[in-house]
Design a protein around this ligand. Structure first.
Ligand code: CA
Length: 376
């Protein structure tokens, strides 16, 4: 198939070549001889990649990160480096994104790495673990605490180089058809909650259900489940859970700062000119930062709309929080019997302890006062 831009690229290269020649001529007058333009053409090839996302197009905030990144990358490379994003299920199924990038079916992916803990349990630390780091603490760990190096060691086994790719911020605890008065009310409760949070809830007596996002609403509606968690006000509102279950619990202690990641096939990465590698890294970083800002911008209004429709926000009782944190520690310690997991868990745990001590001072004291008292 002929590249629709092939002719334009040829013309552009020819023009750059002519300009280079003119510069060389000018250089005869005593200025520096040109060496840049010819090399510039060589290092700015047209590159087209495919990106497999795990998310559906309707989740504009999460899925949209891939498109924001691709658009910026194109701008940074004068349209030379184009990435086309595909929603979950179009190129590959949502939960096969890592494998697709590993094999090179897509040069790039965007996902939440806790979807792939079946391949390596330590991949959870690339996303989040119950009672883990908040979004800011995670970024600090990744960019300045050695976290990215540890995570890249994990992804090297999959022939992938990973880049942080967004965060939802602390999630809500989900929708319950009836209020929960304490730990005893969890026994036998049927709840949709995936991943490590589901494992902890199972320890607390919950009958955990694994249900894809699109099937949560009908399951609640027909009474097949009593509770379900998703993300937070902005995303949850779209799925309509508030029409059935009016009790909206917080916090989502299993996802205090879930991070998304971009995955890049190592061979594809190695073939990129250095300038394109830099542009891609910048575009990923910017898109990720904008994603968190987008949630923080959209959630307040969405929460108000939900409250206006009679939703009751409720805090998880203390005994549930305490039991959940103890069950989480036992679970993570048990998983750390694997030495590779232990290495990253110990680093993460130390960073969390240091971060909690710091954030527990000025940030905490300010929030405790201001969020309750300064309302206008
Ligand atoms: Ca969630």
């Amino acid at each position: 198939m002929e590249d629709p831009n092939g002719r334009r690229d040829f013309v552009r290269k020819a023009m750059l070549g002519a300009a280079g020649g003119a510069t060389v001529l000018a250089g005869c007058g005593g200025g520096p001889a040109d060496s840049g333009e010819g090399a510039n053409v060589q290092t700015r090839p047209t590159v087209r990649w495919r990106l497999a996302s795990s998310f559906s197009r309707s989740l504009d905030t999460i899925y949209g990160v891939a498109e924001v990144m691709a658009e910026r990358l194109s701008e940074l490379t004068d349209g030379k480096f184009q990435i086309r994003a595909y929603p979950g299920g179009e190129l590959v199924p949502a939960f096969e994104v890592l494998e697709a990038v590993q094999k090179g079916t897509a040069q790039m992916g965007h996902s939440a790495s806790y979807y792939f803990i079946g391949k390596n349990p330590a991949l959870a630390f690339d996303a989040t673990v119950p009672f883990g780091l908040t979004a800011r603490q995670y970024w600090a760990w990744v960019y300045h605490g050695g976290g990215l190096d540890l995570l890249r060691e994990l992804f090297a086994d999959f022939n992938i180089i990973n880049f942080p790719g967004g965060n939802t911020g602390a999630q809500m605890g989900g929708w319950f058809t009836d209020p929960i008065s304490g730990l005893g009310d969890l026994r036998g409760l049927r709840m949709r909650i995936p991943g490590l949070g589901g494992r902890v809830m199972d320890e607390l007596g919950v009958t955990v259900q694994q249900i894809p996002g699109g099937e949560i609403y009908p399951s609640l509606e027909r009474g097949a489940i009593d509770a379900a968690e998703w993300v937070g006000p902005y995303d949850d509102e779209k799925l309509g859970f508030h029409q059935i279950a009016k009790n909206y619990y917080y916090p989502g202690w299993w996802e205090p700062g879930p991070a998304l990641s971009f995955y890049v096939n190592r061979d594809a990465w190695d073939q990129l000119p250095t300038a394109y590698q830099q542009a891609l890294e910048v575009a990923c970083h910017e898109a990720g930062a904008l994603m968190l800002a987008s949630y923080d911008a959209k959630n307040p209004a969405a929460l108000q709309r939900l409250l206006d429709q009679g939703v009751q926000v409720r805090k998880f009782p203390d005994d549930i929080m305490q039991a959940a944190s103890e069950a989480t520690t036992a679970m993570l310690e048990a998983d750390a019997s694997d030495p590779a997991y232990r290495k990253i868990y110990d680093a993460y745990k130390q960073w969390r302890a240091d971060s909690y001590r710091w954030f527990g001072l000025a940030e905490q004291a300010y929030a405790d006062f201001a969020y309750d008292n300064i309302l206008t």
